[in-house]
Write a protein that binds this ligand. Structure first.
Ligand code: BGC
Length: 414
């Protein structure tokens, strides 16, 4: 920590407190995220605690815009970038989504800082590839999240006579029927567009397997194929077990149904672990989505230095904090994710993350579209609107055609 403080001080010399804005006053660093509440806010607070110690001349300013998966934040951010008014730093998903900002020339190359801070060897190579373009590195990853996790209310599930975790789609449908027969209002809790995409992707992983699923995003798997049709039909079946007001729900509203014992299951990323913990709900179970086997659907939050940031030196101190061992621990122990750095000690983490760290080492990684590791923001928007329409009309061939058209427009050309 002392090392971090000293290093941050020197890197901000000339503008942060160490270098002396007049009168030794602090300079603000506006950190733009969508982590406004619950476990997400708890994770951010952990990071801010380390930042406050390490970057004493700089003041954290919370620029969070509420709304799961950045549903609102990304729009606000896009218009600020458009108007030349970037925050000092913002949250961006590693992978195709980050490439959008790189290709638009909106963020700075951090390769020199990576060397200076020793980050070039701190992260796994696969992750570095996802935040690099043309040999230059553009962001500092804070974590690795897992998307394909099925959460449950243990009492509700066992009350319906479900004693073993479902491992296939057929088992899962049978269990949902048991919940229905028991009179559980919502066997499977669901929210709006991006949460529906997550559920659909989990089904596709089961029906296509990890290699073909990944191929959907790199142009090698045909969206018009029979396996995708099967996936849409399975997903449609699952929709019949969900709450009919799903299109008005954020992920936390669906999570509430689990907490209140009104729902048995919910598919959601592992930010749910942290959120349930923060809300004091202990009676939850978790498992990989049925049929996903050893597939780890990953995504990573990372932070960037936008071109034109008002306090670039302060932002660098924030980025250094994000990449540091102390920062990653303070953040990830509270956020439900696992550290992106490879040198963390599992014993420092809650039980869920310990299990996730073990899986991450051996599982097959596949990306996520709604969380940017698989697809660009344009593609995300096209999928979200197709999925939203399907929630109402449930027209299988219309969804498949729209998804194929989106891929034809946005997939990387082979
Ligand atoms: C982010 C997570 C966040 C989740 C729900 C994802 O896109 O990567 O950090 O917890 O959205 O808001």
């Amino acid at each position: 920590m002392a090392f971090l403080a000293a290093a941050c001080g020197s890197s901000s010399s000339g503008s942060g407190s160490s270098g002396g804005s007049a009168g030794g006053g602090s300079k603000s660093v506006e950190v733009f995220t969508w982590w406004a509440d619950g476990g997400e806010k708890a994770g951010l607070d952990g990071l801010v605690g380390v930042f406050n110690t390490a970057c004493t001349g700089d003041k954290f300013v919370n620029g969070a815009v509420a709304g799961g998966a950045g549903a609102n934040a990304k729009q606000v951010l896009a218009s600020r970038l458009q108007q030349g008014d970037p925050p000092d730093t913002f949250q961006a998903h590693a992978g195709a989504e980050l490439s959008d900002y790189i290709n638009a020339g909106q963020i700075e190359d951090l390769s020199a800082e990576y060397k200076e801070w020793g980050l070039d060897t701190a992260f796994p190579k696969g992750l570095l590839d996802n935040i690099s373009v043309g040999g230059k590195i553009y962001s500092v990853p804070a974590n690795i999240h897992r998307a394909n996790v099925l959460w449950s209310n243990k009492t509700v599930v066992s009350g319906a006579g479900i004693t073993t975790a479902p491992t296939t789609m057929a088992d899962f449908l049978a269990d949902l029927d048991k919940l229905k027969a028991k009179g559980v209002q919502t066997p499977l809790a669901l929210g709006k567009d991006w949460t529906q995409e997550m559920l659909f992707e989990a089904v596709l992983i089961s029906d296509l397997g990890p290699a073909q699923f990944t191929g959907l995003w790199n142009g090698t798997t045909d969206w018009k194929g029979a396996a995708v049709t099967q996936g849409i039909n399975d997903y449609k079946k699952l929709l019949s077990y969900t709450n009919s007001d799903r299109d008005t729900y954020d992920w936390t509203d669906a999570e509430k149904l689990i907490m209140e014992g009104k729902a048995g299951y919910q598919l959601m990323g592992d930010w749910e672990a942290a959120d349930l913990d923060t809300k004091g709900f202990k009676d939850y179970g978790y498992q990989v989505f049925p049929g996903n086997g050893n597939t780890y659907q990953w995504l990573a939050d990372s932070f960037v230095l936008p071109k034109g940031a008002k306090n670039a030196d302060g932002t660098k101190c924030w980025l250094k904090t994000v990449g540091s061992a102390d920062g990653q621990k303070a953040f990830n122990t509270k956020k439900g994710s696992i550290p992106a750095r490879t040198d963390a000690s599992p014993a420092d983490y809650p039980a869920y993350q310990q299990a996730a760290m073990a899986d991450w080492k051996v599982d097959t990684a596949v990306p996520s579209c709604p969380h940017g590791s698989a697809c660009s923001q344009g593609w995300q928007g096209a999928v979200a609107s197709a999925q939203g329409k399907f929630s109402t009309d449930q027209n299988v061939s219309a969804l498949q055609s729209s998804l194929a058209a989106a891929a034809a427009q946005f997939a990387p050309k082979k």
